[in-house]
Design a binder for this molecule. Structure first.
Ligand code: SF4
Ligand code: SF4
Length: 328
């Protein structure tokens, strides 16, 4: 029988919690801290329709160097091997390069979530060489291999610019050499689940090679979560409830073990700790008394109860969804 749900209700025991308890016998809790994901600022050179953190060139929020040092200290103390840097366009934080260099000096695997087009802006043209020097793992948005779909979601001209930047990365070895990974991120243009990630990856590989001769390492398929600008779009179209119901009806317990919140600490630009990027966007910090990274305690954090809500159904629908793609 289908349960009726209300989009984005966040309370002590939501429909999502009941599903998790039915599957696992208890509410969602942490399992490990493999990654520290850090949102170093909300400024972006783009203002995409689906942006869940509502970034744009007008946003001013950015992480200070002092907070970045606290983040690195937290990563050291919990033994996380990966620092996953996001934004906004994280490259626009003035301390970005210093932060990457410091994380690499600690021998962390550094991932940067990039919109690619920033590399064409004045002052950022040398970033590809910088990324190569520090062996940064790039995760780049390219929500479709077709120009119309990308420009509709991200703005006119973004597709051509993205292709040009991927070409430049290929020229220096990204997407071709094993220690220079260039992953692409797909997300659906509307209120539907992503198609099978492996089949889509093959289609991307074929189309991008045939049209432009460009290559990438891996495709990550992400489910749109009904928050931020994407939610506003759905509400304008009268499709918000229908989409949330689809996510709820597609709940797959096999995705629970791999949910990204169970294996990471997420730190917002002001140092507040969250379970994930989506909770950051919803201003829903971690549960418990310690909410700033300066008070981070790995021993209590690792098995914490996770702050959940109806939005979590986006991560457990179908094959599941995380910053690393499908889960099941
Ligand atoms: S989705 Fe990414 S590229 Fe687009 S506005 Fe948001 S942060 Fe910028
Ligand atoms: S939205 Fe965040 S807290 Fe909820 S299941 Fe997904 S990763 Fe976990």
């Amino acid at each position: 029988m289908t349960e009726t749900i209300t989009p984005l209700r966040i309370h002590s025991e939501s429909t999502f919690d009941r599903r998790v308890i039915k599957a696992e016998g208890e509410p969602l809790s942490g399992l490990s801290i493999d990654t520290v994901q850090v949102n170093i600022g909300l400024r972006c050179n783009l203002a995409c329709h689906h942006c869940h953190v509502e970034s744009s060139p007008a946003r001013k929020e950015e992480m200070t160097w002092e907070t970045m040092q606290l983040v690195l200290d937290a990563a050291e103390r919990c033994g996380a091997g990966t620092i996953d840097i996001t934004g906004g366009a994280p490259e626009m934080n003035p301390q970005f390069r210093r932060f990457v260099a410091a994380a690499r000096a600690l021998d962390k695997h550094v991932m940067v979530r990039t919109n690619l087009t920033i590399m064409l802006e004045s002052g950022y043209e040398d970033l590809p060489r910088f990324f190569k020097q520090y062996r940064v793992h790039l995760i780049a948005s390219l929500p479709c291999y077709l120009e119309n779909n990308v420009d509709k979601q991200r703005g006119r001209g973004v597709y051509k610019e993205s292709i040009e930047v991927i070409r430049r990365f290929n020229q220096i070895g990204y997407g071709l050499e094993s220690d220079l990974p260039l992953d692409l991120v797909f997300n659906p243009g509307g209120p539907s689940l992503p198609p099978d990630q492996h089949a889509l990856e093959e289609a991307y590989r074929h189309e991008l090679a045939a049209r432009f001769g460009i290559r990438f390492t891996r495709l990550i398929a992400i489910t749109n979560i009904a928050i931020g600008r994407f939610l506003h779009d759905l509400q304008r179209q009268g499709k918000a409830e229908q989409y949330q119901q689809l996510l709820c009806d597609s709940f797959n317990p096999a995705t629970l073990a791999g949910l990204m919140c169970r294996h990471q600490l997420h730190v917002g630009w002001d140092g507040t700790m969250y379970d994930c990027d989506f909770n950051f966007a919803l201003a829903l910090p971690t549960l418990g008394p310690s909410r700033h990274v300066r008070d981070f305690d790995p021993a209590t954090f690792v098995s914490r109860r996770i702050a959940t809500g109806e939005h979590c159904f986006a991560c457990t629908a179908g094959c599941g969804s995380s910053c690393g793609g499908a889960l099941a």
